[in-house]
Design a protein around this ligand. Structure first.
Ligand code: ITT
Ligand code: NA
Length: 212
């Protein structure tokens, strides 16, 4: 039984469209400090798999504001808890070089202990070489014995706007895509365009091919 590892009920609502009868595992894995989401999710998936002893899917996401060099990015959760979403919007409007352009990103990390073909996809390789070029040590280097993890990336461009809408969760009220905020969309409408929906579509396709 596949476990979707998250403490976030909003994510579970969206995942249902892709994972029939998805079982949430409410497990708070260690979020390592890293400048991109891939290594955080990969580490979390290994830890959650060791904890659960069953196939796991970890979902790490964040809001990347272009005029803030991608901030809050991997720190999105901490920033939501401390500053709050409204404060982020006001800060962006006042301080960012380009006050509107932003993107949501999501990385799904799957681990089931199997030694499947675990080669990272091109976006992950680009993330890695960018991190290497910036002189950052790889946070995902757990040696040859590390459990294989398969990563699926999704990204959606948008704009930061004053809060609108009652749906969704987290930063959804201040993230507008094609004139509509994510909080103004139903879960199905959001999935059709969102970072999470795109990552899940790739994951679902891979899982289907693998289990055929
Ligand atoms: P888990 O780690 O337990 O899954 P979390 O809420 O901490 O739950 P993330 O670290 O992935 O999840 O999320 C980082 C932040 O980004 C957090 O504040 C979320 O509310 C927010 N976030 C993630 N996905 C989002 C989405 O689709 N729409 C709006 N905000 C989102
Ligand atoms: Na988190």
């Amino acid at each position: 039984m596949l476990r979707y590892v998250t403490t976030n009920a909003g994510k579970v609502r969206e995942a249902r469209e892709y994972l029939d009868g998805v079982e949430q595992l409410d497990y708070d894995y260690t979020e390592v400090q890293a400048s991109d989401l891939g290594p955080i999710a990969a580490r979390g998936a290994r830890e959650a798999y060791r904890h659960a002893g069953e196939p796991v899917l970890v979902d790490d996401a964040g809001l990347f504001v272009e005029g803030f060099d991608g901030f809050p990015g991997p720190y999105s959760s901490y920033v939501e808890d401390t500053l709050g979403v409204g404060a982020v919007q006001r800060l962006v409007e006042r301080e960012a070089d380009d006050p509107y352009r932003a993107s949501f990103r999501c990385v799904l990390a799957y681990c089931d202990g199997d030694d499947f073909e675990a080669s990272p996809d091109p976006i992950d390789r680009a993330d890695r070489s960018a991190a290497a070029a910036a002189g950052a040590a790889s946070q995902d280097d757990e040696g040859a014995d590390a459990l294989p993890v398969k990563l699926f990336h999704g990204r959606v461009p948008g704009r930061i706007v004053e809060p609108r809408g009652e749906g969704g969760f987290g930063y959804d009220p201040i993230f507008e895509h094609d004139g509509t905020t994510f909080a103004e969309m139903s879960p199905e409408e959001k999935n059709a365009v969102s970072h999470r929906g795109r990552a899940f579509a790739k994951f679902a396709e891979w899982l289907q091919e693998r289990t055929q």
